[in-house]
Design a protein around this ligand. Structure first.
Ligand code: ATP
Ligand code: MG
Length: 495
């Protein structure tokens, strides 16, 4: 099944999981080879380096004039490659061989048809992500059930193609009937065509539906302010029990009614904070808005626009959505009522919402979704350009990862610690990836693979702004205005 001519030959020190081979015309990193005769062992090329026949023989001879002379010798250069063994493909599964390949065994380029069978697929159980970066003729599909039930992290430096990846996956999920929620920090997806046009959900919350913890964050009552927390808890219970009138007004009244019964400074502080809350978030917290879950449309991409919120408010909205989704999906599974569709939630700027060094509500609810979401059909995809700032637990619970270009070694190390499938050799490719290219790992793909993600074909707000043309058109505008002024002055003078 392999093409006739071997690319190269196995050398010494190979192991059952790692093949070292030499080649004169090497495959690019990210490509696949078949090792040995017969059906062959499939392996992913992770590293390719140059060698010189003469310099290997005369090791240590680096005198420039000798090197220059050697460089003119023909057939002096060859390549040494390292490939990670992926397995023998048999009956739709990859089985790891027990013995290492023997030195001298031939290495072939893996045929397109074999790779298409392994990485391809068809909707609706699989959706297309892109093509093999080293072999654009081979499409790569991802497993939808595993995507939703085992969660995903999309990581890369800024501008490497994270939002594009979100758009591609979200669009394809909606087109197979899926429900998507995108928590959009920069109003980036608001006007997009994802899934045939998105349902924009304003980040309005009914204060009555807020939990006590959510109110504590919004009010800025930190965990060690015991007295204030106690005042709020008592007032909250009273306000919740009384359905008449606007909730925050009743909450304030309930706080006031605790004067003389609770620590006076705590009562005054909480009263001030509730008043400040009304002033600051009055347009986000409204008694007339229905529960956020009832504003989500099944079978669509729902974009919750967090653009105008500060980080605390975004934390409350995101955690509220996750908490309510999980509860409504649980209710659906247990009672047949509740949110009708399994849902995939994408959270941009995950390092702000689930930071390593602080506890936030969103972090707590992301961890809950990561643990319990699979039973109830709530999938989570976190997106970030600062992986090392994300909580390590949450990052490792995102079982699948799409890692686009990452340059900083400390970020690479952090991602590697959270992903057992990311070998050191594969991680070394991360800084050399082009825009849109990604190492994809975890249950969504049969084996780790380097993919060129498709470019989202529709309208998405995420493209880099064309700064120069904005400046040019402003300059033209100014020139036109100056001309108009000059014309008017001329008219005034002549008239
Ligand atoms: N797979 C791709 N193929 C071709 N172009 C791409 C691809 N992915 C992204 N691009 C282009 O690269 C630019 C940046 O992409 P994108 O907005 O997705 O990056 P990002 O990682 O989300 O950046 P940020 O960190 O700023 O949010 C865009 O102009 C986009 O069109
Ligand atoms: Mg982005």
């Amino acid at each position: 099944m392999a093409s006739r001519e071997p690319l190269g030959y196995v050398i010494d020190n190979s192991t059952p999981t790692r093949v070292r081979f030499v080649a004169t015309d090497p495959p690019p990193p990210g490509d696949f080879v078949l090792v040995g005769e017969g059906e062959g062992v499939l392996a992913l090329v992770e590293a390719v380096g140059t060698r010189s026949v003469s310099m290997s023989a005369l090791s240590g001879v680096y005198e420039p004039s000798i090197v220059a002379r050697l460089s003119r010798m023909s057939n002096d250069v060859f390549f040494e490659c390292v490939a990670e063994v992926v397995g023998v493909y048999r009956d739709g599964a990859l089985v790891l061989p027990r013995r290492p390949p023997l030195p001298g065994e031939p290495v072939y380029r893996a045929p397109d048809e074999l790779l298409s069978e392994i990485f391809g697929g068809s909707e609706p159980y699989k959706v297309r992500l892109g093509v093999l970066a080293a072999r654009p003729t081979v499409p790569v599909y991802i497993d939808v059930n595993k995507l939703v039930t085992r969660h995903l992290a999309i990581l890369a430096v800024t501008g490497a193609g994270k939002s594009n990846t979100v758009a591609v996956i979200a669009d394809r999920l909606v087109r197979i009937g899926g429900t998507v929620v995108i928590l959009d920090f920069h109003g980036e997806y608001v006007g997009s065509d994802i899934g045939g046009g998105v349902n924009v959900v304003e980040p309005l919350l009914n204060p009555r539906s807020l939990s006590l913890s959510e109110l504590l964050v919004l009010l800025g009552i930190e965990p060690h302010y015991y007295h204030q927390e106690r005042v709020l808890r008592r007032a909250y219970e009273r306000a919740i029990a009384d359905p008449s009138g606007p909730f925050l007004e009743r909450l304030l009244k309930a706080v006031e009614s605790l004067r003389g019964k609770e620590e006076p400074r705590a009562v005054a502080a909480v009263a001030n904070k509730v008043e400040a809350l009304v002033e600051k978030y009055g347009d986000v917290l409204r008694d007339d808005v229905p529960d956020v879950i009832s504003r989500l449309r099944p079978g669509r991409a729902n974009v919750i626009d967090l653009g105008r919120l500060d980080e605390d408010a975004a934390d409350v909205v995101v955690s509220h959505v996750l908490r309510r989704l999980l509860a409504e999906r649980k209710r659906r599974v247990m009672t047949g009522h509740g949110f009708p569709s399994p849902v995939m939630v994408f959270v941009e700027e995950a390092h702000i919402l689930a930071p390593r060094d602080r506890s936030t509500l969103s972090k707590y609810w992301m961890a809950r979704v990561a643990r319990e979401g699979r039973k109830f059909g709530v999938g989570l995809a976190i997106v970030s350009q600062r992986p090392k700032v994300i909580d390590q637990d949450i990052l490792s619970q995102m079982n699948s990862k799409i890692v686009l270009r990452i340059v900083e070694p400390s970020d690479q190390r952090y991602v590697r610690e959270a992903s057992e499938l990311l070998s050191e050799e594969l991680a070394q490719n991360l800084s050399a990836l082009n825009t849109g290219e990604a190492v994809v790992l975890g249950p969504i793909v049969p084996v780790p693979v380097i993919v060129r993600v498709d470019k989202y074909w529709g309208r998405k707000g995420g493209a880099d702004p064309d700064v120069v043309s904005e400046w040019l058109s402003m300059r033209e505008e100014r020139a036109r205005a100056a001309e108009a002024v000059a014309e008017l002055a001329e008219l005034a003078r002549s008239g």
